[in-house]
Design a protein around this ligand. Structure first.
Ligand code: URA
Length: 297
């Protein structure tokens, strides 16, 4: 292995060890070697440019800004510090080492498939979320999708049905997908964590650290053209940043060689319908990359 790659892998393993999910990769290394939301408004396509975010240092990689999470985060001031699962950033982020990313350093598993990943998850008890879940919500859709949507974690309806985005926010996501002239079954939909956080709280750092390697494997197995992060949790997890989503929403970024864009979570849109126009602009950027024309009315 060349020295740069070795240094990356070592840094990854060290950090993964701190987070407690080294064994997942070690195993692999050893083997391989209600109310219908209003339609989205149509807004003309805006130019797209790729940006690079400063990465979180490994020790901060999964620390996320409470204020940046659009779905369920209470106002930061309303939550006592000891109850905040996610730390607000205190200083501008400095890359751990320029260009280095925890996920960049993770090896791809040759020939990995969605059924195999699901099998590896098994009847998971790796984190505390398993205690209250009804179903593991793995993901749904086209295993060869060009577009993958990544949400935060299952809610009540998803937990019961075992499928992501089937509740109110899910219905809005389906409308968004259809407005792009796609069907739900054309895309792939999954979440950062596969089990419902109790009371729909934000996933905690250790839960994200335990579950996100499976998300990474899902993305590697599908190899989409575009990953669209729905909300701060997905974006901050994949980009390993603590920056608030509004800082980079709608900008093209690179995720392990794949185009990634973050937009607001549909649950946020249910609370803030005017933000739909921003999301529609973001989706139009995705459509331009995928060569899609807006659905005719
Ligand atoms: N919100 C999410 O982030 N994911 C779901 O599956 C449902 C709601």
């Amino acid at each position: 292995m060349d020295p740069t790659k070795r240094a990356r892998v070592e840094a990854w393993l060290q950090y993964a060890g701190e987070l407690g999910f080294t064994p997942i990769y070690r195993d692999r290394f050893s083997q391989s070697s209600e109310s219908a939301p209003a339609p989205l408004p149509e807004i003309s396509h805006a130019a797209t440019t790729a940006v690079t975010l400063p990465a979180a240092a490994p020790s901060q990689a999964y620390a996320m800004a409470a204020g940046g999470a659009p779905r369920r985060a209470p106002a930061p001031s309303a939550v006592p510090a000891h109850k905040q699962s996610i730390a607000a950033p205190t200083a501008p982020l400095i890359p751990a080492s320029p260009g280095m990313s925890l996920f960049d350093a993770a090896e791809r598993i040759e020939g990995d498939t969605l059924p195999r990943i699901r099998e590896d998850i098994g009847d998971c008890t790796r984190c505390k979320l398993h205690k209250a879940r009804t179903n593991i919500v793995f993901g749904v859709g086209n295993p060869k999708a060009e577009l993958v949507f990544v949400g935060e974690g299952p809610g009540h309806d998803e937990d019961i049905q075992g499928e992501p985005f089937v509740g109110r926010a899910g219905k809005l996501l389906t409308q968004m997908i259809e407005a792009m002239s796609l069907r739900r079954e054309d895309v792939y939909i999954c979440n950062v964590v596969k089990c419902r956080p109790p009371e729909n709280r934000l996933p905690e750092r250790d839960e994200i650290a335990t579950c996100s390697p499976y998300l990474l494997r899902q993305l590697d197995a599908i190899r989409p053209k575009v990953v669209c992060c729905l909300g701060a949790c997905a974006a901050q997890t994949l980009l390993q940043t603590t920056q608030g989503i509004s800082r980079f929403r709608g900008e093209w970024m690179d995720f392990r060689g794949t185009k990634l864009i973050a937009t607001y979570h549909p649950a946020y849109l249910l609370r803030n319908p005017p933000a739909k126009s921003e999301v529609w602009k973001d989706l139009q950027k995705v459509m331009a990359v995928l060569g899609l024309q807006p659905k005719r009315k």
